[in-house]
Ligand binder design. Structure first.
Ligand code: ZN
Length: 386
């Protein structure tokens, strides 16, 4: 059903400023005005655009992580160690859960913390096309895994995922092509940016994930090409013991932030934002830029994806301090997905059936269509009220 909603008296947070303006939703999109709408008086609240998690592997978030004592020199050493870890019964059991359930769980991880859009770095899955799939999935039409796993040799195909050069060449220049690159602190990682360039795969649409092993001159080179880096500091620090200094990439407008999967990364994107802040000189407002759309998000015509927080301090500081249980509401396509109980009227207005849940012990209402029991059971901190 069409659900027209007007939010009044809230502070709408954009990349450059926060201002008290009216926000209207119709047919799942932001509008300038709508007739016959439910009016929500949100005085004392902040409305942010839905967050963008720029790197995840949705189906890996339920796999028990590899416990290790010392940092790895590069991701390939981690992958080799993981192959032994994969023989453990609890890992085998998690990996045997059907992929559609695991993808749904990864999407829940994201939507519960306000990440309404996720760049998934693995093959497309039919579950992403379902109308009620919890998040908007992007980015994975064109990708390769990494230089060592993604290169064909004369006698065998890539070890995993699409061939590096073939997938790059098949990508229109207007669309991103993503690859893990320089995920390490040793010479193997340090040589990868030059190797990628030599293959002809460094361009304005190249999205490099991690980039820890890039030198200053590598960063110069990729900025000249207009390529970008997706920064995953929690994963880098856990796997490699080090992450990159994001300042130059941020200043050049070539940086985004991703959680990676929980196999190596943070619990939620909100946690990742705090880890990013602690490991850089980026301000709270700059961190917000890393997880918001370039066009700002909350402008007429765009999908009505947003999150709502109580207004306590500076809006950017408030978001950086927020836990997922602090979010008053997460909204996708103009419809609440999970929200505090006093938003029951909003769910009803949109014709959404709800389930009572606890999220990190905070009571919430959640859209029933999202509550697939096999997937919700995998999410630590989410429990059904009955
Ligand atoms: Zn990854």
């Amino acid at each position: 059903m069409t659900a027209n909603v007007v939010i009044d008296n809230a502070t709408i947070v954009h990349r450059e400023r926060a201002a008290a303006t009216r926000l209207a939703f119709t047919d799942g999109r932001i509008a300038s005005a709508v007739p016959g709408a439910l009016r929500l008086d949100l005085a004392g609240h902040l409305v942010f655009p839905g967050l963008v998690n720029a790197h995840d592997h949705l189906h890996l978030n339920c796999i028990p992580p590899l416990v290790h004592a010392a940092p790895f020199p590069n991701s390939y050493a981690w992958i080799d160690a993981f192959e032994h870890h994969h023989d453990r019964p609890e890992v085998k059991a998690a990996a045997s859960i059907p992929r559609d359930v695991r993808h749904w769980h990864g999407a829940l991880k994201n939507i519960l913390c306000g990440a309404t859009t996720v760049i998934h770095h693995d093959p497309w899955h039919e579950a992403f096309d379902l109308a009620d799939f919890p998040v908007r999935v992007g980015g994975n039409r064109h990708w390769s895994h990494s230089l060592l796993l993604g290169q064909s040799r004369s006698d065998h195909p890539p070890r995993y995922g699409p061939d590096v050069v073939a997938s790059f060449r098949a990508t229109p220049s207007t669309e991103h092509w993503a690859i893990h690159l320089a995920e390490g602190t040793d010479d193997v990682a340090g040589r990868e940016l030059a190797a990628l360039d030599a293959l002809g795969c460094l361009a304005g649409n190249t999205m490099l994930v991690h980039g820890v092993g890039m030198s200053e001159s590598d960063i110069d080179r990729m900025i000249v090409y207009g390529a970008s880096v997706t920064w995953c500091p929690a994963s880098n620090l856990g796997m490699l013991g080090r992450t990159l200094d994001p300042r130059r990439l941020f200043n050049a407008g070539r940086l985004s932030l991703g959680t990676d999967s929980r196999l190596t990364g943070s619990h939620t994107l909100l946690d990742e934002m705090r880890i990013a802040a602690r490991n850089s000189d980026l301000t709270a407002r700059e961190i917000f830029r890393l997880v918001s759309r370039r066009d700002g998000g909350l402008i007429p015509g765009l999908p009505a994806d947003c999150i709502i927080l109580a207004d306590v301090t500076d809006p950017y500081d408030a978001l950086l301090a927020a836990r997922r249980s602090d979010l008053r509401a997460v909204v996708r396509n103009g419809r609440p997905v999970i929200a505090d109980h006093d938003f029951a009227e909003w769910f009803a207005h949109c014709g959404i059936e709800t389930t009572e849940v606890f999220l990190d012990d905070a009571p919430k209402l959640m859209a029933r269509a999202l509550c697939r029991p096999e997937a919700t059971a995998l999410e630590r901190g989410l429990r059904m009220a009955s």
